[in-house]
Ligand binder design. Structure first.
Ligand SMILES: NC(=O)c1ccc[n+]([C@@H]2O[C@H](COP(=O)([O-])OP(=O)(O)OC[C@H]3O[C@@H](n4cnc5c(N)ncnc54)[C@H](O)[C@@H]3O)[C@@H](O)[C@H]2O)c1
Ligand SMILES: O=C(O)C[C@H](O)C(=O)O
Length: 352
């Protein structure tokens, strides 16, 4: 081989081989014998180059239930894809950049995880993100309705209490809405609750299970401390401290990051915990139960977060709230009042 041919071949290698963008002269099949990854599910992350998206991509690449991982964003996916694709785990990684590649990113996908959108800065509420993020979620949901209408959707973009309604309305308009397949991810509230309650009780957080119901913002986040497992009792002061800390967990991180965004690492961990539960449900595992913000008849509201049993068709059973104490009943009324407005805001955004 001529020296210049060898150099051309080596420099071609320097381009990201798994990237689906224009100008990619190197295709995997030119150099690789592999036909693909292990059997498993096809997962897409929309917003994959962001603060949550990157560690989420890393962790999903490590998940043995994933055979194909699509990384979509409007910026920086070539680099993120090249980087993650070098991990020697089973999933095959492909990158997609910009709106022209959204449909390719979504075609054939079983589970879509959406952390696309702007995060809070100190002094902002999640609702302050609505104007930008509702538009992003609308566009991405239209893509899902067109390209993978049967996919399970895990929606992370804030304000979750409104963006889930936005996605549901887009799917209804497209005639593809399946309420069992759309989930607002509230897992981070459960993860925080388990951690903070374990600290108070002096237990390993992995042994603690705290149901957190309602929604994902301030007073709509309602930890049910009377239902903690293992059964535990708390003083009035402990209940006040824990409820406030769990409800303000997001703000605690936003303030600590001082303008550098909101929770990303604990969120990626939580997103993977929930996505893995969805995939185990899809696989047919029995007894997969997690809290999520779903279409629900548990209260008079159209969406509400409670424990949900995940199965082959998504949310197969939605659990009732169980017995609440007086403190939780008062909290529930406050949560429902704010949730009703947030949900309506999402519905009106599409029906306007
Ligand atoms: N549900 C939860 O518990 C929870 C927890 C933490 C953060 N969040 C929310 O998740 C979102 C993302 O947070 P982050 O810290 O990763 O933000 P980030 O700014 O670091 O990343 C967001 C990514 O979304 C991308 N993006 C923007 N518009 C897009 C579009 N139209 N299509 C695809 N990608 C697009 C950006 O390019 C960026 O890479 C925020 O709305 C945040 O409030 C939710
Ligand atoms: O607080 C935020 O804005 C991000 C997220 O919803 C969180 O709970 O950490």
């Amino acid at each position: 081989m001529e020296a210049n041919q060898r150099i051309a071949r080596i420099s071609a290698h320097l381009q990201p081989p798994n990237f689906q963008g224009e100008g990619n002269s190197l295709l995997r099949r030119d150099y690789c014998r592999a036909k693909g990854g292990a059997p498993g599910f096809k997962v897409a992350i929309l917003g994959a180059a962001g603060g949550i998206g990157q560690p989420l991509g890393l962790l999903m690449k490590m998940n043995p239930l994933v055979s194909v991982l699509h990384l979509y964003d409007v910026v920086n996916t070539p680099g993120v894809t090249a980087d993650i694709s070098h991990m020697d785990t089973g999933a095959v990684v492909r990158g997609f950049l910009g709106p022209s590649q959204l449909e390719s990113a979504l075609t054939g996908i079983d589970l879509v995880i959406i952390p696309a959108g702007v995060p809070r800065k100190p002094g902002m509420t999640r609702d302050d993100l609505f104007n930008i993020n509702a538009g992003i979620v609308k566009t991405l949901s239209e893509g899902i309705a067109k390209c993978c209408p049967n996919a399970i959707v895990n929606l992370i973009s804030n304000p979750v209490n409104s963006t889930v309604a936005v996605a549901a309305e887009v799917f209804k308009k497209a005639g593809t809405y399946d309420p069992k397949r759309l989930f607002g991810v509230t897992m981070l509230d459960v993860v925080r609750a388990n951690t903070f309650v374990a600290e108070v009780l002096g237990l390993d957080p992995r042994e603690v299970d705290v149901p957190v119901v309602g929604g994902h913002a301030g007073v709509t986040i309602l930890p049910l401390l009377s239902q903690v497992k293992p059964p535990s009792s708390f003083t009035v002061e402990e209940i006040e401290y824990l409820t406030t800390r769990i409800q303000d967990g997001g703000t605690e991180v936003v303030q600590a990051k001082g303008g550098g965004g909101s929770a990303t690492l604990s969120m990626a961990y939580s997103a993977v915990k929930f996505a893995d539960a969805c995939l185990r449900g899809l696989r047919g595992d029995a007894g997969v139960v997690e809290c999520a913000f779903v279409a629900s008849e548990v209260t008079e509201l159209p969406f509400f977060s409670t424990k949900v049993r995940l199965g082959r068709t998504g949310a197969e059973e939605i659990y009732q709230l169980g017995p609440l104490n007086e403190y939780e009943r008062i909290g529930l009324e406050k949560a429902k009042k704010e949730l009703a407005e947030s949900i309506q805001k999402g519905i009106s955004f599409i029906r306007k």
